[in-house]
Design a binder for this molecule. Structure first.
Ligand SMILES: [Fe+2]
Ligand SMILES: [Fe+2]
Length: 262
């Protein structure tokens, strides 16, 4: 099977780019299943129903989230009602789905969303549990579900924590992909011929920006060390994603390829 995984979609420019590229790639590459990280789709901060519906209509099968789950207060009680939306399962103070199992072309596919503990800020530090222990719990829980493929969106800041997760899950899941840092890494590999891995898929969002933020605002913050309100850049977007191919006889990944389009 072929899986397309798209990195954090940022703002309306990111959504436009997603609508340009995703349907085309789905068709050209014969994609069977598509995971999109949508945590920045609502003007850079969180997701609303509007973006949830839009991303699914463009061609995503499931939408994952990250630290921006708290930003849209009106959504806090809505997440649980959205069947195709995942929030990190190790966040302890929100009710929502943290993983989903779907039947596609005779295979059972599980997507899981988790958040890192390192350098994610005090609020998340307090409101999340150990992601390594949590994934063990989830894998135990889904053992009886006869799942063929497991994909983990590990939304984390620290490269070391993401790499550690890749090795921790060698042979236990199909693919561990990192999100959150919005810069695509070039370390894609298949760990031990068992688990496809990349530290960060990257961003589908404004290219001439500081990870989606207007660059003038970022410079005020960094150079002058002063508060400046977040403003999402509206510049043209890049499209960052990966494609993972699997062998349907062994259910193992055979190829991981990066996509980076202007
Ligand atoms: Fe994030
Ligand atoms: Fe993000």
């Amino acid at each position: 099977m072929k899986f397309l995984i798209v990195g954090d979609v940022v703002g309306s420019s990111g959504i436009s780019k997603l609508s340009e590229e995703l349907p085309k790639i789905r068709k050209e590459e014969n994609i069977d299943y598509c995971i999109v990280n949508g945590e920045n789709s609502a003007n850079g901060k969180g997701i609303r129903l509007k973006e949830y519906n839009k991303i699914l209509s463009i061609g995503a099968d499931v939408i994952t989230m990250g630290n921006h789950v708290y930003y849209r207060k009106e959504m806090i009680n809505e997440y649980i009602k959205l069947p195709k939306l995942l929030i990190p399962e190790n966040i302890t103070n929100l009710k929502a789905n943290g993983h989903i199992i779907e039947n596609i072309k005779g295979k059972r596919i599980c997507t899981i969303n988790l958040i890192g503990k390192a350098c994610m800020g005090d609020k998340l530090e307090q409101n999340s549990s150990n992601p390594f222990k949590k994934i063990d719990e989830i894998l135990e829980q889904i053992k009886k579900e006869s799942v063929d493929y497991i994909f983990l969106d590990f939304h984390a800041e620290a490269t070391a924590e993401k790499i550690a997760m890749g090795y921790f899950l060698e042979g236990k899941v199909t693919c561990v992909f990192g999100t959150h840092t919005h810069v695509q890494t070039s370390d894609e590999k298949i760990i031990g011929n068992e688990t496809a891995y990349i530290t960060d898929v990257g961003m589908t969002g404004p290219s001439d920006s500081v990870i989606g933020l207007k660059k003038e605002i970022a410079l005020k913050r960094f150079v002058n060390e002063e508060y400046a309100k977040y403003e999402c850049s509206t510049n043209n977007s890049i499209f960052n994603a990966i494609i993972v191919d699997t062998d349907d006889t062994t259910n193992k990944p055979i190829k991981i390829k990066r996509i980076n389009k202007d």
